[in-house]
Design a protein around this ligand. Structure first.
Ligand SMILES: Cc1cc2nc3c(=O)[nH]c(=O)nc-3n(C[C@H](O)[C@H](O)[C@H](O)COP(=O)(O)O)c2cc1C
Length: 174
């Protein structure tokens, strides 16, 4: 199987957030798709080891910010490589509180607020089905794609991302 073929699947770049009592929680994801258009529902895939997965199962309510090409690697690294269990990811970034949710507004073109309506167990990950209850467009800056993150920002995937593919050693043919 040529697993690298999966690198051709396209994704966007998002930060999902939720709040338990006074604790703001969130992480970086690239796996989000829209499932239905009427009463729109989206699906995301979250690694079971991510703290956001554990808390979202309890709160059942989240916000998803859509990152633009202006977003810097530091913001992505903070939400994509560290755990909300250990650090406050919301320190020194732009965010707002709406509907008792922390929403990242730094370099995002808009956000989605939704309620978890179902969770599907898929081995290492869970698929969360989220019914959209509110949305807002903040800027018209182009949304960042996963390809842009890799090719322009030279970013790497996290081992916890569902789309992670181990890089094979490259041999030079003589
Ligand atoms: C580019 C990139 C894409 C990622 N995509 C996902 C994803 O789609 N689903 C997921 O569960 N984790 C994904 N991650 C990994 C989580 O963001 C990461 O494990 C994070 O540290 C979890 O934080 P938490 O413990 O506060 O939830 C991604 C990370 C990066 C850098």
């Amino acid at each position: 199987m040529e697993i690298e073929v999966l690198n051709n699947i396209s994704y966007g770049m998002y930060i999902i957030t939720t709040r338990k009592e006074r604790k703001n929680v969130g992480c970086f994801i690239n796996t989000l798709i829209q499932i239905t258009s009427k009463d729109p529902i989206i699906a995301i895939s979250l690694n079971k080891e991510n703290y956001t997965n554990k808390i979202l199962k309890e709160t059942k309510k989240c916000s998803i910010s859509i990152l633009t090409e202006k977003a810097n690697k530091e913001l992505i690294a903070k939400f994509g490589y560290f755990s909300s269990k250990d650090i406050n990811k919301f320190e020194n970034i732009k965010w707002e509180e709406i509907d008792n949710l922390p929403i990242v507004t730094e370099d995002v073109c808009g956000y989605i607020i939704g309620n978890v309506i179902d969770i599907i167990d898929v081995n290492t990950h869970d698929i969360f089905l989220i019914k959209i209850i509110n949305t807002k467009q903040l800027t018209n800056n182009p949304p960042m794609t996963y390809k842009y993150y890799h090719e322009i920002l030279k970013g790497k995937a996290s081992k916890k991302a569902p789309t992670y593919i181990e890089e094979k050693e490259k041999f030079i043919k003589i």
